[in-house]
Design a protein around this ligand. Structure first.
Ligand code: PAF
Length: 282
């Protein structure tokens, strides 16, 4: 696997992959890889002939109160995992290659970006949309894969790629979960053993609420019951638990189109997010 840090070398390497024939997939990451990322790589290999991964800890998506300097960086170990996973190429640009002196462009996707995660992390999705738009123009993949755990991020990226007419298929990969149902996240490592046990309430409450709403239960009452269940399990504060349109993320009070049930809540000092599909029954 080649590790590339300059745009000209990246374009030459991708041209080399294309010359060999077949499709190119991109899996964008910020490194500190876990089994969830490897599932993206594995899925990418089934969808394309060549897999490019990127590792770039994007300063633009960190808020002033979020510590960019302590974000885990372990490129050598990540590169080994990517190579074993079958990646052809690792795109790992330094910050001044991604954002050269004088850069002045921000991609902002209005409507999908401001609510939910965007409300507690102002500007976060502008940073994500900007870097992902740049990754798409740098690598020019046929397909790009993102985890459904960050559903709002996926919705922002889908909207951005459609609005900018970028010729790339955006593919969401189902959330990878541990045996107890908790969605895989690097943040799970911060949970104590007791918190970890209690945190199982999050996927369970979401799953039960989704089934209840699909079965015809009233949305507001179901969300209130799920909130109480999370509070009883030790979550708090609960930032949101919302039924939203799966594409636009606008809040819904009845299930009349494909939806997502999304939640963010704190267990101790660790903020967890999760979401599940909620489909109208025909
Ligand atoms: O999900 C992530 O790891 C990041 O938000 C992404 C998509 C790589 C953009 O920096």
């Amino acid at each position: 696997m080649q590790i590339i840090r300059e745009i000209k070398a990246l374009r030459e390497a991708v041209a080399g992959l294309r010359a060999a024939g077949g499709k190119v997939a991109l899996v964008p990451t910020m490194g500190a890889l876990h089994a969830g990322h490897l599932a993206l790589i594995a899925e990418a290999r089934t969808r394309a002939d060549h897999v490019v991964a990127s590792i770039f800890v994007n300063p633009r998506q960190f808020g002033a109160s979020e510590d960019l300097s302590t974000y885990p960086r372990r490129e050598a170990a990540d590169a080994r995992m990517l190579e074993e996973g079958g990646c052809a190429l690792l795109w790992a640009p330094p910050v001044d290659v991604m954002y050269p002196q004088g850069n002045a462009t921000t991609v902002s996707v209005s409507g999908v970006s401001e609510t939910l995660e965007g409300a507690s992390r102002p500007g976060h999705f502008d940073g994500v949309a900007t870097v992902v738009a740049k990754l798409f123009t740098q690598v020019a993949p046929d397909i790009a894969l993102f985890g459904e755990k960050d559903w709002q991020q996926l919705a922002v990226i889908r909207r951005m790629a459609a609005d900018l007419d970028l010729p790339v298929e955006i593919s969401g990969v189902p959330t990878q979960r541990d045996a107890d149902g908790l969605a895989l996240s690097s943040r799970n490592a911060y949970l104590s053993a007791d918190e970890r046990r209690a945190a199982r309430a999050l996927p369970r409450a979401l799953g039960d609420a989704a089934r209840a709403i699909e079965g015809g239960a009233e949305v507001a009452a179901t969300l209130a019951a799920a909130t109480e269940r999370l509070t009883d399990a030790g979550f708090g504060p609960i930032d949101y638990i919302t039924l939203a349109d799966a594409a636009t993320l606008s809040a819904m009070d009845r299930l009349d189109r494909p939806a997502r049930l999304l939640a963010a809540a704190r267990m101790g000092t660790t903020r967890l997010i999760d979401n599940v599909a909620v489909m109208p029954q025909s």
